[in-house]
Design a protein around this ligand. Structure first.
Ligand code: ZN
Length: 280
């Protein structure tokens, strides 16, 4: 598993390309990928030649979300933690274990990445589901191919949305409710209409259009970009995003704990196949 690079890194002029590389599993995000993403973003931030970071997914899909059942699922593995100051989850039990892990690898990492001082652009094709939304949302801009589709269907597991609860800010409260309550997919055009994505382009133009946008941004002064990014983030947080996420993270964990009490499984017994069946 580890011999395969789960994240690829390359540089094209002033643009760092960070590519999730588990195409066989629609780039399902395990912890190995989380820490590889963190290492790639750190490398891009530390490289003075890099002005803009593009986050991409190898293959036909951007991200199927968190790994809930591939052979590389590694929820019981220990990694060198760096998103939050908390104890390791693996020696703990119950909600203590789950809270520690999800605060680090999901909420904490996403917040850490959102605060990178260089602009990030998500380049999205195919599926961008649940945990995949978190990865796209932490980027400053999103360019979507016409074939991109989005959903957060975790309410089918009894869970009120993924850990990084940006839904009301990324989608607007009205559409956020529809997305959560139905679990339905929405396409790139709808995502554009509600302001969730910046550009919708034909699939063949996804990469050139994304790189052209990244190059335009890269021409701006680096410190100015960092300040502008921070300005928008700070205002989003003043609009309640950070505090909202903290409060909803508690609800998310009530749902996990309820599932364990009632079904003995934090995901209510739902795996990728069951989620697919439930969608029909
Ligand atoms: Zn969770």
């Amino acid at each position: 598993m580890m011999s395969e690079e789960v994240v690829r890194y390359s540089r094209r002029g002033p643009v760092a390309m960070v590519t999730m590389n588990r195409p066989r599993y629609r780039n399902a995000q395990n912890s190995a990928m989380t820490y590889a993403l963190d290492a790639a973003f750190t490398r891009a931030v530390d490289d003075d030649e890099v002005a803009v970071i593009v986050l991409a997914g190898a293959g036909d899909h951007f991200s199927a979300g968190h790994d809930i059942g591939t052979p590389g699922r590694d929820v019981d593995a220990s990694f060198d933690r760096r998103a939050v100051m908390w104890w390791d989850h693996i020696a703990k039990a119950g909600a203590d274990r789950r809270y520690a892990r999800e605060m680090e690898v999901y909420l904490g990492m996403c917040r850490r990445w959102r605060e990178m001082p260089k602009p990030a652009v998500a380049m999205v094709q195919g599926a961008c589901i649940a945990g995949g939304l978190m990865l796209a949302w932490v980027c400053d801009l999103i360019v979507a191919a016409e074939d991109a589709f989005f959903a957060d269907p975790v309410l089918r597991m009894g869970i009120p949305g993924v850990e990084y609860f940006a839904h009301p800010w990324a989608l607007g409260p009205r559409f956020a409710r529809e997305v959560l309550f139905t679990g339905d997919r929405f396409d790139a055009r709808r995502a554009y209409e509600v302001g969730m994505v910046n550009r919708v382009v034909p699939r063949a133009e996804l990469e050139p259009a994304t790189l052209a946008l990244a190059d335009r941004i890269a021409a701006m002064p680096a410190f100015g970009l960092a300040l502008a990014k921070r300005a928008v983030n700070q205002c989003e947080d003043l609009m309640g995003m950070r505090a909202g996420m903290d409060s909803v993270f508690g609800l998310h964990h009530v749902a996990h704990a309820h599932n364990v009490e009632v079904t003995a499984n934090p995901l209510a017994g739902m795996d990728a196949a069951a989620m697919k069946r439930a969608r029909r």
